[in-house]
Design a protein around this ligand. Structure first.
Ligand SMILES: CC(C)(COP(=O)(O)OP(=O)(O)OC[C@H]1O[C@@H](n2cnc3c(N)ncnc32)[C@H](O)[C@@H]1OP(=O)(O)O)[C@@H](O)C(=O)NCCC(=O)NCCS
Length: 177
């Protein structure tokens, strides 16, 4: 399954995505709101997992191509959080783009198509998104999508240690329109 937008193709992963994916995962600015940049092995494992999930069930975190601009700029798509929290089980919408492709509206454009797929094709009633409180660029994507934030939903990420400055997360929700 692929999704097309005006400027993007959200598509299955290819082997030649691994190199540019490892580059963006090694960029400290891209990974500023995560615990650490990823090693090549960690990056490849993430690409492998995203690719095989899409191959198995047809949807997931898609590799993103900016048509006529770059064959791979990052990922946008859907995932099921593997940790337990007050809002799980849930389907999460997420994005991670290489720095050279920020500031052009690509994340929001791909996310709109992803949300439409979640509601119209998968028939979900709700999708969520979450990030550490200080990740304003990601929160702005959520807000542009029309997602709403209720402080009562904020949570401590169970995979981060108490005292970790990234631990407190905001949760945004979007219900089928
Ligand atoms: C989160 C992330 C994808 C957001 O990228 P982004 O470029 O800010 O978001 P978009 O692609 O939606 O682009 C929107 C920006 O482009 C601008 N823009 C320029 N041309 C545009 C166009 N044609 N259409 C829409 N917006 C456009 C908007 O004004 C907006 O800028 P602003 O937020 O400064 O107002 C990016 O910061 C990232 O990859 N971060 C690292 C990974 C990460 O933290 N992921 C989230 C973890 S939960």
């Amino acid at each position: 399954m692929e999704l097309r937008t005006q400027r993007l193709l959200l598509r299955p992963w290819r082997d030649d995505d691994r190199e540019p994916f490892a580059e963006l995962n090694a960029d400290p600015e891209v990974m500023r709101y995560f615990q650490a940049p990823l090693t090549r092995a960690q990056s490849d494992a993430l690409a492998e997992r995203a690719g095989s999930t899409i191959a198995e069930r047809g949807w997931g975190l898609w590799a993103v191509e900016a048509v006529d601009v770059a064959p791979f700029i990052g990922f946008i798509g859907l995932a099921e959080p593997r940790f337990e929290a007050h809002f799980t089980p849930a389907v999460e919408i997420g994005w991670r783009l290489a720095r050279a492709h920020w500031g052009r509206g690509y994340a929001t454009e791909g996310a709109h198509a992803t949300a439409a797929f979640a509601f119209d094709e998968l028939g979900l009633d709700e999708i969520v998104s979450f990030t550490t409180v200080t990740n304003e660029p990601s929160r702005r994507v959520m807000e542009r999508l029309g997602m709403t934030h209720d402080e009562a939903d904020d949570f401590e990420h169970p995979n981060l240690a108490p005292g970790d400055p990234l631990r407190t997360h905001v949760l945004y929700r979007l219900r089928r329109g």
